[in-house]
Write a protein that binds this ligand. Sequence first.
Ligand SMILES: NC(=O)c1ccc[n+]([C@@H]2O[C@H](COP(=O)([O-])OP(=O)(O)OC[C@H]3O[C@@H](n4cnc5c(N)ncnc54)[C@H](O)[C@@H]3O)[C@@H](O)[C@H]2O)c1
Length: 239
Amino acid sequence: MRLKGKTAVVTGGAQGLGQAMAERFADEGATVIAVDMQDLKYEKGNVIGKVLDVTDAEACKTFFEETVEKHGRIDILINNAGITRDAMTRKMSDEQWDLVMNVNLKGVFNLTRHIGPHMEQEGGGSIVNISSVVGEYGNIGQANYAATKAGVIGLAKTWAKEFARKGVPVRVNAIAPGYIMTDILKTVPEDLLKQFAAMTMLKRLGEPGEVADAALYLASDESSYVTGHVLSVNGGMRL
Ligand SMILES: NC(=O)c1ccc[n+]([C@@H]2O[C@H](COP(=O)([O-])OP(=O)(O)OC[C@H]3O[C@@H](n4cnc5c(N)ncnc54)[C@H](O)[C@@H]3O)[C@@H](O)[C@H]2O)c1
């Protein structure tokens, strides 16, 4: 029970990696608020679904205030909600660019701007931004996505400094997953997925639970001296 008595907010928690993290945290004793545009696709004790669009700054502020009122404090924030709208740069529309920026980058800012200072005030906490192997190395056809996933690494490193500057143990890290079998890969052709698997040292794609294990480590006190770090969970992949 490594998260006993903790309150965790997991964005994009209705399915995929968010679901795996929410379920793992609940198994470890946390109360989890799984924030998403859609209803939860599963049922799990101690995981509470909350429909919220992370691009809506006003709604994020209200959600933060209501959550603190109801649960007392927020100990863990996983900024996981994310989307892709892939296109080669010369063909990328303003809509594709703006939507990915809004969800993957502004959405992370919208909640952390409240929850980070709250953790600082309450004496500590752990924030994890979900980046990507694409944010570390770049990828053809994903200029918008790569920019946001590199961006959340910059945010994690900045917030690791900013929220701990008075010596309060608010830790902020990033996880950069490789290719993990979830709905986000639905649009990627099968033969390309095989190529990605072959590019890893372990010669396979990842499972959501393997990212959840990394998130649990960073969320728990086991990583009490780890901050401003990017943890790659990619089977040894370089793009
Ligand atoms: N699966 C992978 O291979 C992989 C690899 C690297 C990084 N990631 C990142 O992991 C995160 C989770 O991805 P996933 O694979 O579980 O994808 P997914 O599509 O299965 O889940 C993403 C979730 O985010 C939610 N969401 C989208 N826009 C939202 C918004 N505006 N407000 C609130 N919720 C919103 C969706 O409804 C969905 O439930 C994303 O940030 C993604 O970029 C995934």
